[in-house]
Design a protein around this ligand. Structure first.
Ligand code: B12
Ligand code: SF4
Length: 454
């Protein structure tokens, strides 16, 4: 029997990272190509040495990278290396390709896909299969960025109106055992805090909604998935949860809902909770984690989520003073934050609240008010984090600072890391050392409290 090589070999790549996780976006666009004949897709997570080897030796025709802001330098470096080996077509998608389409001017990047990729990526693959393509053909692909005669063309970006047609992500393209092993590697503290903290085997990401309907000045999610909140029909969600439960039935699953606002649609959340409770009663072991909005949390919802085996809830606190919340556009109140935390802790939900300091209008006193609220909630029993503001490309705060000429170019894209106590722009009042002192105060006090068990 003669085995013929598929006409296009495609690698979908996530660069090596210090926080390992299953790249859901790549699994979703891989699934969107299922109807295309004569292609072969590998999803490669370069955190694994075996995947690095596969990329270098795989003789791929198309290499698609998912890219967050902090990965830009790695993506460009690897694209350059792989171009010199087998000269594939290089496509970049994900948050950074969307919010910073200028990345397309890099010589080794041929195409970008901005926003959601499930419609545009398979259309592009179909065209690339022909080995020659015209400007006119590319013009018809929404969300695509391409180059022609040394000029960059960015097509119109469209977001899905509803999610019923989204494909079930190709979880079958990942080796779950590799991720499970990684999660036990002491280097990866992030996972220790999630999967291991609650004694699960492996974290599986899942998404049932997109958009959030708000427009906080520091957030780029609206650009990536659109501003309108919409979710999959409940029947589809239940089917997909069943599929995940069965696919990984020999594992204790730690399900990560990646939705911006899990708690947004009360009816759907109640139905999801009932279903997860039922799956656990049927013998599957599924704990889960989600991100919610403080103003959505009430006693009834918290009880329901706890009964369905919710292990952890992340809430965006953002600011410790009301005027800050208003200027950020969060549309919540300080009272909402305190209430939500009280309710979650009362219902024995492990609650994480994140805050941001260093907004353009803030002085030390305002930042301290945020730190004080974070410490107050920590003292009550929540797990709180305070991060410096990173003005990501395309966000309202970035646009404003950029107009004022205040954005500082980092030495490396890896600096776009919230864990680094940095100032990413020329702040009118604060200096970088102020941010460092403020964060030291938070972490110093936070650690003392935890260590002494106060
Ligand atoms: C879950 C999550 C995490 C998880 C897992 C990360 C992940 N990307 O899966 C964890 C907790 C690890 C994480 C960490 C961080 N995150 Co995060 N995270 C998210 C979140 C909430 C969901 C991501 C997701 O799975 N979405 C669902 C999938 C289906 O969508 P997607 O990945 O965007 O993919 C779609 C498109 O982007 C596109 N696409 C993506 N890749 C590709 C590739 C190709 C070739 C193509 C054609 C298309 C394409 O098609 C996909 C389908 O439509 C997003 C916000 C959001 N709602 O998207 C933030 C988000 C991605 N995170 C963000 C940030 C900043 C971070 C951190 C840097 C924060 C920090 N601590 O410093 C870290 C960095 C992580 C690291 N060290 O690598 C930012 C990125 C901003 C930016 N411009 O880069 C986002 C957008 C949140 C925000 N508020 O703006 N994150
Ligand atoms: S921070 Fe949350 S509420 Fe605000 S725009 Fe982003 S996802 Fe929406």
């Amino acid at each position: 029997m003669i085995l013929s090589r598929p006409s296009k070999r495609i690698a979908l790549v996530k660069v090596k990272d210090d926080e390992p996780y299953i790249p859901l976006g790549l699994l979703s666009i891989a699934a969107s190509c299922q109807g295309i004949d004569d292609i072969e897709i590998d999803v490669l997570d370069l955190t694994f040495p075996s995947h690095q080897k596969k990329l270098w030796g795989g003789n791929y025709d198309i290499v698609g990278f998912t890219c967050m802001a902090m990965w830009e330098d790695d993506v460009v470096r690897i694209a350059r290396e792989i171009k010199s080996i087998c000269n594939p077509v290089v496509i970049v998608g994900g948050p950074h390709a969307t919010t910073y389409p200028d990345i397309l001017t890099t010589d080794v990047i041929d195409f970008i896909i901005m926003g959601e990729g499930e419609r545009s990526f398979p259309m592009l693959v179909e065209i690339l299969k022909r080995d020659e393509w015209s400007h006119e053909l590319l013009d018809n692909i929404q969300n695509l960025g391409f180059k022609h005669d040394n000029k960059v063309f960015l097509n119109e970006i469209r977001y899905s109106d509803e999610l019923s047609a989204l494909p079930f992500p190709s979880y079958d393209l990942i080796d779950i055992g590799q991720y499970q092993a990684l999660e036990r590697d002491p280097k990866f503290l992030y996972y220790k805090k999630n999967v291991l903290q609650f004694d699960y085997d492996v974290e599986i990401p899942y998404e049932f909604s997109r958009g959030c309907g708000f427009n906080c000045i520091f957030c780029s999610t609206n650009l990536i998935h659109g501003s309108m909140y919409r979710n999959k029909p409940i029947g589809k969600i239940m089917n997909e949860l069943d599929c995940i439960a069965h696919m990984f039935k020999d594992k204790k699953i730690y399900l990560r809902f990646v939705d911006n606002d899990f708690t947004r649609d009360e009816k759907t959340v109640h139905q999801i909770c009932n279903h997860l409770k039922q799956l656990n009663e049927d013998g599957f072991v599924i704990g889960w984690y989600a991100m919610g909005r403080v103003s959505d949390i009430d006693e009834d919802l918290a009880k329901k989520m706890k009964q369905a085996n919710m292990k952890k809830l992340l809430l965006g606190g953002e600011c410790g003073y009301q005027e800050g919340l208003e200027r950020v556009g969060k549309q919540t109140t300080i009272l909402d934050i305190r209430n939500a935390v009280d309710i979650c802790l009362k219902n024995d939900i492990y609650t994480v609240v994140t805050f941001v300091i260093g907004f353009p209008w803030e002085d030390i006193e305002l930042c301290e008010r945020t730190i004080n609220l974070a410490l107050e909630l920590k003292e009550k029993g929540a797990d709180t984090y305070v991060y410096p503001l990173i003005p990501f490309h395309g966000t309202p705060v970035h646009n404003q600072l950029s107009m004022e000429g205040r954005i500082l170019k980092p030495k490396s894209s890896r600096d776009f890391d919230l864990k680094k106590p940095r100032l990413f722009y020329d702040h009118p009042i604060l200096k970088e050392k102020d941010i460092q002192c403020l964060l030291n105060r938070f972490w110093g006090q936070a650690i003392v409290k935890t260590e002494t068990g106060e």
